[in-house]
Design a protein around this ligand. Sequence first.
Ligand code: SF4
Ligand code: SF4
Length: 675
Amino acid sequence: MLARIIIGLGISIVCFAIAGRRFWWLSRLVRTGKEAPRRWGGWGRVAEAELTEVAGQRKLLRWTVPGTAHFFTMWGFMILLATIVEAYGALFSRNFHIPLIGTDNWLGFVEDFFSTAVLVSLVVFTAIRVKNAPARKDRASRFYGSHLGAAWLTLFLIAMVVVTLLLYRGAQVATGHFPFGQSKWAFASHVVAVWLRPLGTGVNSVLEAVFLLANIAVIAGFLVFVSYSKHLHIFLAPLNVGFSRRPRALGGLDKTPDMDMEHVTEDTVFGVGHLEDFTWKQMLDFSTCTECGRCQSVCPAWNTGKPLSPKLLIMGLRDNLFASADRLLSGEGTAEAGTLVGGVIDPDVLWSCTTCGSCVEQCPVDIEHVDAIIDMRRYEVLMESRFPTEAGLLLRNMENQGDPWGLGSSKRTDWLSALDFEVPIVTDEIPDDVEYLYWVGCAGSLDERGRNQAISTARLLKRAGVGFAILGQRESCTGDPARRMGNEYLFQEMAKANVATLNEVKARKIVTTCAHCFNTIKNEYPALGGDYEVVHHSELLNHLVATGRLTPGGSFAGKVVYHDACYLGRHNRVFDDPRGAISAVPGVERLEMDRSRERSFCCGAGGARMWMEEKIGTRVNSDRAREALATGAEYVATACPFCMIMLDDGVKAEGREEVRVLDIAQVLERSLADS
Ligand code: SF4
Ligand code: SF4
């Protein structure tokens, strides 16, 4: 008995010390990061996050087979904590059991059920890994670039935890020291006991001690392995999820940095140029990555041959963080360390992102990729003046003319000439009979295809008797492309000017037709003093249809497939309204693409990519257009002018001019043509 106490505790103390040292090192490293904004949302939010993401495995279960296997493995480890208590107790007394519940049959059953479930899950994981064996070299695989060797070792160690446990329990049954007696509820242990019993009580007594120590050694060794591997997520994921932005790190960007020049000193750093410019939460993000590749598999940049993989980006930052630990922990400056972009991160990686948010949506441990990418873009643009050449024209146009195309404010009301009624242009306070201020947006005002969307929307609002007005020439770009490009200064200049105008006219309710304007005014203007009730035209139109103020007619018929705009759907959860508005048209047969709603594939325009050349790989909009065409649709419907422009180009590039790309307002308006 003394020997097994000494061996068991000796192994444990050594392993716990090594792992504890590693976790302490990691916590110090993460705490070298800068302060992170808005990280504490109260215990309620933390509980909700832990219950849904960690305990409920919400995101993992979207992938049914691996998700279910992971669910049982994770819960297996939670339940098997009881067996660890039993094992350490058994070091001191062969008849040890957990007080109060330790001999209950249900506990024996639950422990054996999850032991078996973990073993079955490991078989599933092994099958997935074997199937994906060439994955590291296959760009289409989500495991491309992951450390597969470590994954195999992990599967082996988890298997050993369960195998040694069941052998130990089987020997306990055979020697009569099993806490649950001879009850068959602990079914797996009894099966093992059937195999071991013929060896006799003496041999089983030895095996009981050997497998007990083996079980403790594997658990303690696994702890050390985890602390040095990507399986750190076993411990870090609950922390990372608990501190994540709720309900998700999408919509508005995390930070609104202070760009006031009065506060700028020579030490001020805008964005992230070096590791130490990241916040502690971002460092925790990097450390938590499981290398599962779910983000990579849905990334439009990666899927069209660009060098950006959100997984490889996060892994690269993590590896660099760990490699730079000595420098960061010693507080040495950045003099020797080059900037991240151009060093650790290839510029083409950084500039390929469309900020679509698919990676954030899929990440099971709530890593916030988009915020990190924008932070690095901010440094590149504001500190280094490095960005794709063609984006310079975009920024100049926005700065000088107030719109990305550089057409100027005088053209903003040209689209009104297509209407046979007057639209009030607000010059002073918005009159009481005007319910909505219609924020037309640059594309709606200035682009030919975008104007069709604005014209149809205006006609529908008029028809439904909704009082609305526009700002006309006083409207300018919301600043979204500048912000997503990293030019926070320009964004804030434009945003503050718009907020001043909106507050001056006393705007209360704003309707937008552009998903990007919707997101920016709704989610980002409040931080700059602009609080309004913002609705997207898809929400308003669907409401007007649902309340009988608009009754779609029979002049439009055909198969329509709807494309979710990233900034309307994934970023702001408006999925049902546009579909509702389309489905309300009697002659419409509405189709769905495989990748829709939360999983929708980007059109390629976001993140200011609309104004950058796409020189690497295939075109994102062509990929999406092909997917839409494959449904057999005669019409592709969108609810964002940028998506409309990109998909229209994509459909035409496929030589399918007969397939029309329309905004949902155009679909509704066409249905009313004869009424
Ligand atoms: S936001 Fe979209 S494009 Fe950018 S890394 Fe994530 S998935 Fe890729
Ligand atoms: S960032 Fe998230 S989704 Fe991507 S590989 Fe890491 S854990 Fe998986």
